[in-house]
Design a protein around this ligand. Structure first.
Ligand SMILES: Cc1nc(C(=O)O)sc1CCOP(=O)(O)O
Ligand SMILES: C=C1C=NC(C(F)(F)F)=NC1=N
Ligand SMILES: [Mg+2]
Length: 544
């Protein structure tokens, strides 16, 4: 028997379901194919099976799992687990209390619990101390497999919250698996983004039901999942950005000229899904710096556009595109490994916007997330205890608090987070500027931060879409990047912020009011890129 004191691998955790088998497939064969394919632990989960049948099925799986030295866990039914001498039990929140389950199971069996709230983690460290071996964290994404699902999908951000709680309650001995709607198209994002804020903890495994149990070739479906669960500690988002490069800040300023040369050389195709006010100005800003804008909100052309070389996508949720269109377009660019910039306009202003933005945030990997102070604080979850944030009055917020929020957003979403303001804060959430992960314990605290500061220019606030159009500049520069140039994302975002701030500074010097500032901004963007002499620019990036 496999006991709880042995080292159990939770990497690829199959939870069975006999109600979704393809026609002609037998239950035991489906599970055996998955064992051959490499699942590392199996849970027999039957919600409508008579006890006699359940014990028979449990005994059959027990024999099978033993051949592969894989632990067999029974869902919910401790009596069945004991009758079949299974290796453990998984109980849900509405099932038997954990301390009682442990008492009935004895000291050797494996015991798991479904969790979704921090309060549940607190219980593990108090009334259930020493009882549990692992937790199933979910649901990550929507799933039809679990009927009458009462819990809302939590996304990778929700998994990270539970991982952080396990650290906060000092529970290093508890293992974790993420579960719920996990499939090859979202696994890399969940694994990359799920992490305790102190960087010490990732998930120990992922759990699937339909990906394998509904597959016509469960062996292949299982094999296909193995690469995703082979390395939980990678910090690399090449899967969504197409590049993987380290950043050396010391050579950044001298590299600026070649960054802009490359924009002109590649004429990036910059798809904007943005609000009506920003559309025209964003298109002109994109053209001024050498990009080719396309303001398309047509779902059916997303794949074609994403497959064009040097494409990139700007999602500004002030846009009117339906959520399905946004999600489909985001998925298209992610699967073509072309960069996406996300601008969560008015993030916490209304519950509709919070829902829309959270859907976009949990359903895509972004190369960059850009927002103003209010949006960044809300994204970081600081807004709840920050007075005035929602009304946009962030004057009382200190630069350090803003830096903290930007680092947290960068780390949570594994992206380059940009918080715009008098001082633009840029946080490198994947640590492209740091030594390899093995040398450095990457955490929210060690996220590299860069600051771009000029004198205060209130005129920026007098024109529409000034923040939104920084998004156009960032997306254009990211579009110029590809396997050939292979630049780190952070270098292009810093270049975009520097260019944009420099253009605004020059435009503010020779403008007579907001209209000429607006026009001057485009003229200066045009001139700065055309002459491409960053060495003489006043605007500089500082490493914090
Ligand atoms: C059994 C189960 N528990 C969940 C939880 O959130 O606790 S979600 C779930 C079903 C997951 O099935 P699929 O991989 O097909 O989405
Ligand atoms: C509801 C569940 C949640 N998590 C898990 C597991 F993946 F095993 F942790 N199994 C379940 N049945
Ligand atoms: Mg904005």
């Amino acid at each position: 028997p496999i006991t709880r004191d042995q080292k159990i691998s939770y990497r690829l955790y199959l939870v069975t379901d006999s109600s979704m088998l393809p026609v002609g497939h037998s239950f035991v064969e489906q599970v055996e194919e998955a064992l051959k394919g490499g699942v590392t632990i199996v849970q027999l989960r039957e919600k409508n099976l008579e006890t006699g049948e359940f014990i028979k099925r449990a005994s059959a799986l027990k024999k099978l799992c033993e051949q592969y030295n894989v632990p067999l866990i029974i869902n919910d039914r401790i009596d069945v687990a004991l009758a079949a001498d299974a290796d453990g039990v998984h109980v849900g929140q509405d099932d038997m209390p954990i301390d009682l389950a442990r008492k009935l199971l004895g000291p050797k069996k494996i015991l798991g619990w479904s969790v979704s709230k921090v309060e549940e983690i607190e219980k593990i460290s108090t009334e259930f101390k020493g009882c549990l071996d692992y937790v199933g964290i979910g649901p990550c994404f929507p799933t039809n497999t679990k009927k009458n699902m009462k819990k809302k999908p939590m996304g990778a951000r929700g998994v990270s919250k539970i991982l952080t709680a396990l650290e906060d309650y000092n529970l290093p001995e508890i293992r974790t698996v993420a579960i719920g709607g996990l499939h090859p198209d979202n696994l890399e994002r969940v694994i990359l983004q799920s992490s305790s804020l102190n960087g010490k903890r990732k998930v120990d495994g992922i759990s699937v039901v339909s990906e394998i149990m509904a597959s016509i070739s469960p062996f292949k479906a299982t094999e296909n999942l193995l690469p995703y669960v082979s390395n939980f500690s990678s910090r690399n988002y090449e899967f969504a950005t197409g590049v993987s490069a380290t950043f050396d800040f010391n050579t950044f300023h001298e590299d600026l000229q070649s960054i802009f040369t490359n924009v002109s050389a590649t004429t990036p195709l910059v798809q904007h899904m943005t609000n009506k006010v920003h559309q025209n100005f964003g298109a002109n800003v994109t053209l001024a710096i050498g990009g080719s804008p396309i303001m398309s909100e047509i779902e059916s052309e997303a794949n074609e556009l994403a497959s064009i070389p040097n494409s990139s996508l700007l999602i500004n949720t002030g846009s009117v595109a339906p959520l399905e269109t946004l999600i489909a377009t985001i998925s298209a660019y992610n699967s073509h490994k072309r960069p996406i910039v996300f601008d969560p306009v008015g993030y916490s202003a209304t519950s509709t916007r919070i829902y829309l933005n959270n859907q976009c945030l949990s359903r895509g990997q972004y190369a960059c997330i850009k927002g103003n102070a209010g949006e960044m604080l809300s994204l970081a979850g600081f807004a709840s205890n920050m007075k005035g944030v929602d009304s946009g009055d962030v004057s009382k917020i200190s630069l350090n608090e803003l830096i903290g929020a930007t680092k947290k957003v960068a780390f949570l979403f594994r992206t380059v987070a940009v918080c715009t303001g008098k001082t633009d804060i840029i946080a490198d959430g994947v640590g492209e500027g740091l030594p390899s992960p093995s040398e450095l314990n990457f955490s929210q605290e060690t996220v590299p931060v860069y600051l771009v500061e000029n004198e205060d220019l209130p005129i920026w606030g007098c024109i529409t879409a000034s923040g939104c159009s920084l998004g156009s500049v960032i997306t254009t520069l990211l579009g110029s990047n590809d396997k050939n140039s292979n630049r780190p994302i952070i270098s292009l975002v810093l270049a975009a912020v520097t260019l944009y701030k420099e253009a605004g500074l020059l435009a503010s010097k020779d403008c007579k009011g907001s209209a000429s500032f607006n026009v001057g901004l485009i003229d200066n963007l045009y001139q700065l890129v055309k002459h491409n002499e960053p060495k003489v620019w006043e605007t500089q990036v500082k490493r914090q």
